[in-house]
Design a protein around this ligand. Sequence first.
Ligand code: ACO
Length: 388
Amino acid sequence: MIVGMDKSDPGIAQGLQGVYFTESKISDVDGVNGKLYYRGYSIESLAKNSTFEEVCYLLVEGKLPSRREFLGFDRQLRSERQIPKPILGIIDEMTGRAHPMDVLRTAISALPAYDKDAYVETREENLRKSISLISKFGSITAAIGRRMSAKKYVRPDQSLSHAANFLYMLNGKKPTEKQAKVLDLMLILHAEHSSNASTFSTLVTGSTLADLYAAITAGVATLKGPLHGGADEAALKMMREIGEPENTERYIEDALGKREKIMGFGHRVYKTYDPRARIIRSTLEELQKSSSPEVRKLTEIALREEKMMIEKLGKSRGIWPNVDLFSGPVYTSIGIAPDLFTPLFAVSRIPGWCAHMLEYWEHDRLLRPLESYTGPLDIRYVPIGKRS
Ligand code: ACO
């Protein structure tokens, strides 16, 4: 019998927990030991030594580039930053009426209209589209942020790195080296994470042989939710509700008493400290000395949340800090508004989505799981006029 066709014993894995659906060489998430690798390189070594642009190359091409390869790739990334004018119109029209993630999703879904080879499905073309998408996610998100603060669009500056250009387009002035470096690190840490919900959703859409733009649009839609990419915004909102550091313990106690989730904690795969959270935590500690009173307060709240949650739910339930706990204070320290956190997550995750899509298309198989139907059968049809 074909696996899964035995209806009497469907063996349901709720939320697909623990189910392997394919093989991949892109990243390894070791949820027991708290390790993360992109293409075999530990996240700690990439965070320390690499740049977002190089990590993008690593993810989509499968290896670190030579200097010549890197220069060609980086040149292409820089040259793709311009946003088509009608897309700027969409951003202008929607910003303020819809969540920035909805604006980003709509803008991305409109891109094929301005790409004459949008539906050419060769690996080379999909690689070109990937580079264009990586580049445009940054520009589009910066343009949304700019519009949110009612400021005029800033054209990209090709002389700047991806992170520096994002901050320049967002703030209208060139960032300091330190600000650009902090953002670059955050982009690296969020660039890829195996078959998380948004990557899986990208693959489900792409597995039907819908084009790359369609698949990525599905990824953006999925990232929005507060159980996934939206958690960093939700975690910061929670910190703001806590207000003062000394309220932290009582707030958490009350929330847990009401069986509410504490944002920035827990993970489907990590049952230990998320290695990305560890790196972001130490970055935040370094930033402390020069940061604003607001960031210092948020940091103190996050650290008190961390201590209490580890004591209460860490070892006993495997609910530990995740990547989103300390991200909010870090983004705040470089002047990024909470509404933009999740779109910025998409700016980071786009190379991971593209890498997975390119890899999956090498051996495409339609993703189509089963549901075990538990409703009634053979009910007699009653015409509408005769129903009580
Ligand atoms: N705070 C309090 N309790 C929690 C938390 C949390 N953050 N996370 C899980 N739990 C509890 C649940 O209430 C549940 O308890 P129960 O068994 O008594 O009902 C149990 O742990 C299992 O939780 P699930 O949500 O079923 O487990 P899942 O594997 O689906 O959890 C998830 C993963 C969705 C991320 C969850 O931990 C969560 O909602 N966390 C808060 C949101 C968040 O920070 N998301 C970001 C994840 S990282 C990312 O996507 C980038």
